[in-house]
Ligand binder design. Structure first.
Ligand code: MN
Length: 216
């Protein structure tokens, strides 16, 4: 059994001009590809974990044998985070949020623009590599959080409704060191339908079980 790199759900140039084709190609094929490859290599040492989904692996990192705990944290984390990331973006995305997530954002943060400002600010302030998230712990709770490296909110008991990748590999070719510019432009490719799907599933107590995160 092994984990597999899911195909990108659109063409490599589909998110142009917000995210360029070369960045998408390297990011998906090489970076996400490496997380999957390194996860499989780590799991070879512990065949008892071979059947677990990548999400299950990072839910309780203390349950992972110490000799591969770091590798699982980084690489199962990277696999889970990127599999979400490709899906919560789409060509001709963006605009104001719709549906239940729009109401929930309004309730927790007020105007959408104020929420965006806070989210972007948390992304700018994440020192070094990491992610910025809209996460929830259940009920009506919605909060912004950031994590270093490939750490997932899932490992801390939070559910990631959506997140943005602020590693330099996500933006450097086009935006160079201008992370704030990337964060601002990124809203033009967010896929609110997919975000609503994740939010609705989480609220109903059955968070999305991503088939691409299964070991097969
Ligand atoms: Mn990345």
């Amino acid at each position: 059994m092994a984990h597999e790199l899911p195909a990108l759900p659109y063409a490599y140039d589909a998110l142009e001009p917000v995210i360029d084709k070369q960045t998408m190609t390297i990011h998906h094929d090489l970076h996400h590809g490496a997380y999957v490859k390194n996860l499989n290599a780590a799991l070879e040492k512990h065949p008892e974990l071979a059947g677990k989904s990548a999400e299950d692996l990072i839910k309780d990192l203390n349950a992972i044998p110490e000799d591969i705990r770091g590798a699982v944290r980084n690489n199962a984390g990277g696999h889970v985070n990127h599999t979400m990331f490709w899906k919560i973006m789409k060509p001709q995305g963006g605009g104001d949020p719709t549906g239940p997530i729009a109401e929930a954002i309004q309730k927790s943060f007020g105007a959408f623009k104020d929420f965006q400002t806070k989210f972007n600010d948390a992304g700018v302030k994440q020192f070094g590599s990491g992610w910025v998230w809209l996460a929830s712990k259940g009920g009506t709770d919605l909060h912004i959080m950031s994590t270093p490296n490939q750490d997932s909110p899932i490992s801390q008991g939070h559910y990631p409704i959506f997140g943005n990748d602020v590693w330099e590999h996500a933006y450097y070719l086009k935006y160079n060191n201008r992370r704030p510019e990337y964060l601002a432009a990124w809203w033009n490719v967010i896929n609110w339908d997919e975000v609503n799907k994740r939010f609705a599933a989480f609220k109903s107590g059955k968070p999305v079980q991503e088939p691409a995160l299964a070991s097969r």
